[in-house]
Design a protein around this ligand. Structure first.
Ligand code: SF4
Ligand code: SF4
Length: 476
């Protein structure tokens, strides 16, 4: 929460940051948030230890970004660096999925699953356990430095550092075999790079969840800026139902609510809010959709024997309908949700099709430039090429290479086989084979300065990779 001071003419825009101390709350959404935290952290810390058999010689870690082997693994999917476009497709899919979920259910990602939310929740919980609830923490911050304060602060800091270090360690385990790396980290046998990554990721976790907290959502995260563009009047949002709550006024237990609103102005909804906002002022960019204000308000409604839902998790249409005594309903099928569904299906289909039909061989051809051709003593025209084959399987493969496009073209592989129109090339498992190839053509068959020439590579399973290049000659 910021206190802004502005001076007319002076231009001072100083904003003092006041630490938000959210109050503990119990309820359905708080329980859901704990479950989301447990599932998210369990994935983060357990996923590197999940195994997936890929056969002999291949890493068996289900999710692994193998920097040394320049490969990424995700269960049965194996990606090479040149296939990074699959990652682009995956990121696009994730972005549109986020838009889709936002259109349906608001900021579910922000309120329940985002790393910032999860770790901030955990850090606040540590403060609650060690120091106490909201009021105790506010008083504690104002207290002079006594032995008790030093001890409690030290415990909080130690717990924050331990959680941050665990976060950093979990991150590095996705880049090397987790079962080998974890003991190395604790016995100080891991590389300096590993410790640097733990320090960087852990340091960010400590600073962002321990100190920056809601400032990340308010000022650093771009998603909160454009979230409203993803909502429509049927999207679920957190709303204070002012038609029912106003005019607000404090109330004693058992008091009649005739002729007044149901809001007792207890500010519980504000005190539990991790971003410190008052939802009664309407939907705000700072609202991360955590729904804790709903739990807080419901507990107050229960106390006063009033119906729950003064703060609701519902669409604008339904809130307006209730205000007029109507019967709200849910409309899931809308233009934007249909569009998002079509887009998601198209992207997922394209990725699956690409993965299902991709070749396990890649070819790269480089035509020699100096000289572009050589005329041999018998009149034959010779062109040189560097022909590279990337064998993406874990077994040695013998390929058959054919040349076509010019009659009588003969292939010569330096240090290898020769043949009219066809030759054999062998590439080791998981390696790039680089071959220097000459194509010799009788002079009479070279009519132009450049003629299209085709190389066709056939792998042992019969799959072909056809590439086009040029054959240079003197011209007629
Ligand atoms: S207003 Fe409610 S839903 Fe929004 S961030 Fe605050 S507590 Fe969470
Ligand atoms: S928690 Fe409910 S009753 Fe209390 S101030 Fe907020 S909206 Fe009003």
């Amino acid at each position: 929460m910021n206190k802004e001071t502005t001076k007319s003419g002076g231009g001072s825009m100083y904003a003092e940051t006041v630490k938000i101390q959210p109050r503990k709350v119990k309820g359905t959404f708080r329980s859901l948030k704990w479950w989301a935290t447990v599932i998210t952290l369990a994935f983060w810390h357990i996923a590197p230890f999940v195994r997936w058999d890929r056969g002999p010689g291949a890493p068996d870690q289900a999710i692994l970004a193998d920097m040394e082997g320049r490969r990424a693994y995700f269960f049965f999917i194996e990606l090479w660096p040149q296939e990074v476009y699959y990652l682009t497709g995956l990121l696009l899919f994730a972005a549109i999925l986020l838009f889709f979920i936002s259109a349906l259910a608001g900021r579910v990602w922000c309120g329940f699953l985002c790393w910032q939310t999860v770790y901030t929740d955990l850090f606040v919980w540590i403060e609650q356990v060690v120091i106490g609830d909201r009021n105790a923490r506010i008083m504690f911050e104002k207290k002079p430095w006594t032995a008790d304060k030093i001890v409690k602060k030290t415990i909080v800091q130690a717990a924050w550092i331990a959680v941050s270090a665990a976060c950093g360690i979990a991150f590095t385990l996705f880049f090397e075999d987790a079962f080998k790396l974890l003991p190395q980290i604790f016995t100080l046998e891991a590389s300096a790079g590993v410790y640097a990554f733990i320090a960087i990721i852990g340091g960010f976790c400590y600073l962002l969840a321990g100190y920056a907290r809601e400032q990340v959502c308010l000022y650093m995260c771009p998603y909160s800026r454009f979230q409203s563009a993803m909502f429509d009047e049927h999207s679920l949002i957190i709303s204070y139902e002012d038609w029912r709550g106003e005019p607000r006024a404090p109330a004693r237990k058992g008091q009649s609510f005739d002729g007044r609103g149901h809001c007792v102005d207890c500010k519980m909804c504000v005190h539990v809010c991790p971003t410190g906002i008052d939802i009664r002022e309407g939907l705000q960019m700072a609202c991360i959709g955590c729904a804790l204000c709903i739990d807080a308000c419901n507990s107050i409604m229960d106390k006063h024997g009033l119906p729950r839902g003064l703060i609701s998790y519902d669409s604008q249409v339904n809130v307006a309908s209730r205000a007029k005594g109507g019967h709200p309903g849910t409309k899931l099928v809308r233009t934007r949700t249909v569009l998002y569904t079509l887009l998601l299906t198209a992207i997922a289909g394209a990725i699956m099709l690409g993965l299902g039909t991709r070749s396990t061989t890649e070819v790269n051809i480089l035509h020699e430039r100096a000289p572009v051709f050589v005329q041999m003593s018998d009149g034959t025209i010779r062109n040189g090429y560097t022909y590279k084959i990337l064998n993406m399987v874990r077994e040695e493969r013998s390929y058959s290479l054919k040349v076509s496009g010019i009659e009588g073209a003969r292939l010569d592989v330096v240090g290898g086989e020769s043949g009219v129109g066809e030759t054999k090339l062998t590439v080791m498992p998981d390696e790039v084979g680089s071959f220097r190839i000459y194509v010799n053509v009788p002079e009479a068959n070279v009519r132009d300065k450049t003629t299209p020439l085709f190389f066709t590579l056939i792998d042992p399973t019969g799959i072909t990779v056809r590439s086009e290049t040029l054959f240079a000659g003197p011209g007629q």
